[in-house]
Structure formats: structure tokens, C-alpha cells
Design a protein around this ligand. Structure first.
Ligand SMILES: Cc1cc2nc3c(=O)[nH]c(=O)nc-3n(C[C@H](O)[C@H](O)[C@H](O)COP(=O)(O)OP(=O)(O)OC[C@H]3O[C@@H](n4cnc5c(N)ncnc54)[C@H](O)[C@@H]3O)c2cc1C
Length: 390
């Protein structure tokens, strides 16, 4: 069967349901892929064990950042940014995207030198993309509330943040309008490939069939990969966030810090969202994502060090979302090596929200047997371990 040329369709019988493409996972990567596939006239069904956006995709920090990306991720991330900037046009929703800029601050001359090296490296790549070095004077113009000891920074003006749950729902609704079928509370328990097609047996006994399979199962991606014969060392973990009560407007851009774990943003309503890499254990079987006080305390301490006005802030909510981490910090995107007509997009290691609009296009290209517009070799499921991302 030539699955590339199959018409868009959706057939149901009493016991078996079939489509061109089955997607396991209704997070932002699965919904983005479903949207792009449906718009190409390919029949697609998403199987989500909980509900769309229930996990990392709906509860993340919403950071839309090209700044500081691993060089292998930059082309994909730049492509994604062009889609964020035009989301209203292709998604009919701006997703709350605010290109307020992102700044990485340097507290020492040594850290500033590293940021300058990074900026030069990015400039040498020949991409139409720059990470601008800003001196102390410009840094304090942009961040007047910053502690006085910083010496400079790195700045990308059209990075920013968006609303995560609104984004994943906008993608879901657009995908459904384009003909995709989304089955929530539909946990895939077993996958089999026979006679040129895939069958997915659900925990509740239903079976879904398709010609092509996409693994967009997030932190559970390793389990789906194992069913396809691909061994992956994915480490599930909980990324922790906290949000404050409203404060006077003090900070415009999203702020990170060289050599520190920090993601800091103040929303127009005055609340401040603080995160930045502090992790806690999770349970993939019960969906439990924990919040550990030492990590939260460390994030709060960093925020207060850099922005002294935060010492009087009231934290009102803490949470954690389940995410899958690869040792090198890069996602797994591309064909399965263990099975035919199967592709992966998982393991986004706490920075996959920004990439999602472009990942959907890559997945639709792979299914359509079209060369993706941005390189994905570095994300191969069979890659050798390399150094962690910047
Ligand atoms: C607290 C936090 C803050 C973050 N901040 C940022 C940020 O600021 N910027 C950024 O770019 N990224 C950020 N990230 C990372 C980003 O949220 C993730 O990389 C991204 O959401 C991953 O999307 P996904 O679709 O791969 O995973 P998920 O959202 O986890 O979706 C995978 C889905 O697969 C489903 N599934 C799994 N197994 C099965 C099965 N057997 N059958 C059916 N369904 C199944 C799950 O239920 C889940 O809904 C953050 C993450 C967290 C947790």
C-alpha cells in the first residue's frame, strides 16, 4: 500500500477504527503534527491517555526562546519563531505570544566573556539570526530593577512567552477543524505492525489501525519507543515552577542568568513566574509530579539575588510538570530504527514548547516523504551521546 498517496479519510467500524496516521500523545508535539498532517489532507487520529495538554504542554512556563539554544536546535528553533510571530495567521489565535525579548544576564566578567563568545559563534553560522551582546548601560536600561552587580548580557528582541494551555488547545481545535480525530482517555497499551500497517491496542480493549505511527508520548516516549524496537535512555523528571501574587510592573523581558538556573518573567497583570531547571521525581504510572522545597527555595533565592524587590513577593502557587530528559538535552525527532513507517518526536528536555510549531511541520514532512526544511540528523534515535546543550 502506498501510504504517501492515501486520501484524507476516517473510517469507523464497530470494532476497529482506521486512519492514515496514528499519533500516540496529545501534547503540543502531537497536536502540532496532527494539525499539519490534517491540513495536508492526511487522515490522522490522536490517541491521548489523559486529556490534551494535561502534562508538560499545558503546565509549562511558556518561554518562547531561541536565545542560548544548542546549535543543533537553532535552525528548528528559528523556524519555530517565525511561526510564533505569525500564529494569528496560520492558527487563528496568537496564543498569548508576547515578543517582549529574552535576556541572559552576566554577573561576572568571565560570564560576560562566555556570552560574547556565544554571540560570535552564532553570528558565524551564516543564519539570519543574531544574539546581541548588550553592555551594562543597555542592560540596566532594559532591566532597571536588576541587582547592581551585573556587567552585561545577551539579548534577543523577538523572543518572549506565550500561554501554554491556550496554545495546545488552539492547535487541537484547528486540527479537528481540519479533519483530525482526537481520542482522549485512550491509553495505548500495545503496538503491532503487520501486513504493512500498525495496530494500537488500547487499555480499554479498543483497537485503532493506521498505515503510519507517530510517537509523541513526551516523558512516556521511551515506553512507546521500546514497543517499536528502539532503546532510548530517557529520564522522566518534574520541572518545577512557582508564581507570585501581583506586584507593580518591574520587569519587561524574560530573564535568565549565565551560570545559574533561572527563568524569570513578569506578566502584564503583575504576577511573576519563576522556574529554571530545578527538578523533582515523578511517577509515570500515576501521573504524580512532585514539588521539592529545596529546589523551589533555590529558585526563589536566585530570583531575589537578581531582583531584590522580589524579597517581599508572595508566592501563591507551586507546581511541577512531567517531562522527559535526554542526557544531551536534545529531543528525539525522526524515523524509528526498529520499525517501518514509524517516527518519533519526544524527549524535549524542558524546552520543547517553543519548538512545537516547527516540529509539527517536520513530522508532516517525514510522513509525506518530503525532506524537512531544517536538519534533524542530530535528533536521531540512534545518535551517540554528546555534550549537554548550552
Ligand atoms: C514546568 C515546565 C516548564 C517548562 N517550560 C518551558 C518553557 O518555558 N519553554 C519551552 O520551550 N519548554 C518548556 N518546557 C518543556 C515543554 O513543556 C515540553 O518540552 C513540551 O510540552 C513537550 O511536549 P510533548 O507533546 O512532547 O509532551 P507532553 O505534553 O507530555 O505530551 C505527551 C502526551 O502523551 C501522552 N501519552 C503518553 N503515553 C501514552 C500512551 N501510552 N497512550 C496515549 N497517550 C500517551 C501523555 O498523556 C501526554 O499528554 C517546560 C516543561 C515543564 C514541565
Amino acid at each position: 500500500m502506498n501510504w504517501r498517496h492515501l486520501p484524507a479519510r476516517w473510517r469507523k467500524t464497530d470494532m476497529e477504527r482506521g486512519s492514515d496516521v496514528l499519533i500516540v500523545g496529545g501534547g503540543i508535539q502531537g497536536m502540532s503534527a496532527a494539525l499539519q498532517l490534517a491540513r495536508r489532507g492526511i487522515g490522522v487520529c490522536v490517541l491521548e491517555k489523559d486529556y490534551v495538554g494535561r502534562h508538560a504542554s499545558g503546565v509549562n512556563a511558556g518561554g518562547v526562546r531561541t536565545l542560548g539554544r544548542h546549535l543543533s536546535e537553532l535552525p528548528l528553533s528559528i523556524k519555530a519563531k517565525s511561526l510564533w510571530l505569525t500564529a494569528q495567521d496560520w492558527l487563528d489565535d496568537d496564543c498569548g505570544f508576547r515578543p517582549v525579548g529574552q535576556i541572559r544576564v552576566a554577573e561576572t566578567q568571565a560570564a560576560f566573556a562566555q556570552l560574547q563568545t556565544r554571540s560570535s559563534l552564532v553570528s558565524s553560522l551564516g543564519l539570519e539570526y543574531r544574539e546581541h551582546v548588550i553592555d551594562a548601560s543597555e542592560l540596566y536600561d532594559r532591566l532597571p530593577a536588576l541587582t547592581p552587580h551585573c556587567v552585561g548580557g545577551l539579548f534577543v528582541a523577538d523572543d518572549g512567552y506565550a500561554n501554554p494551555y491556550r496554545t495546545v488547545l488552539a492547535m487541537k481545535h484547528a486540527a479537528v477543524r481540519a479533519g483530525a480525530v482526537v481520542e482522549e482517555r485512550s491509553a495505548v497499551a500495545h503496538l503491532g505492525y503487520k501486513d504493512g500497517g500498525w495496530s494500537a491496542k488500547l487499555q480499554d480493549g479498543r483497537t485503532f489501525r493506521a498505515d503510519v505511527l507517530l510517537n509523541c508520548a513526551g516523558a512516556w516516549g521511551q515506553r512507546i519507543a521500546a514497543m517499536l524496537g528502539d532503546e532510548v535512555a530517557l529520564k522522566p523528571n518534574g520541572s518545577m515552577l512557582m508564581i507570585t501574587a501581583r506586584l507593580p510592573p518591574m520587569v519587561g523581558p524574560v530573564v535568565g542568568a549565565a551560570g545559574r538556573s533561572l527563568s524569570f518573567k513578569q506578566f502584564p497583570n503583575g504576577t511573576v513566574l519563576i522556574g529554571g531547571g530545578h527538578r523533582a521525581p515523578v511517577d509515570l504510572d500515576t501521573n504524580q509530579a512532585n514539588v521539592l522545597l529545596p529546589g523551589i527555595a533555590k529558585a526563589a533565592e536566585t530570583a531575589i539575588t537578581l531582583f531584590p524587590f522580589m524579597a517581599s513577593a508572595h508566592a501563591v502557587r507551586f507546581w511541577s510538570g512531567i517531562e522527559g530528559f535526554m542526557d544531551d538535552g536534545l529531543p528525539v525527532i525522526g524515523p524509528s530504527l526498529g520499525s517501518p513507517k514509524a517516527f518519533h518526536a519526544f524527549g524535549f528536555s524542558a524546552h520543547g514548547f517553543q519548538l512545537a510549531p516547527a516540529v509539527g511541520e517536520v513530522m508532516a514532512d517525514l510522513v509525506s516523504q518530503v525532506e524537512p526544511a531544517t536538519p534533524i540528523e542530530a535528533f536521531s534515535v540512534g545518535r551517540q551521546p554528546r555534550s549537554p546543550s548550552a
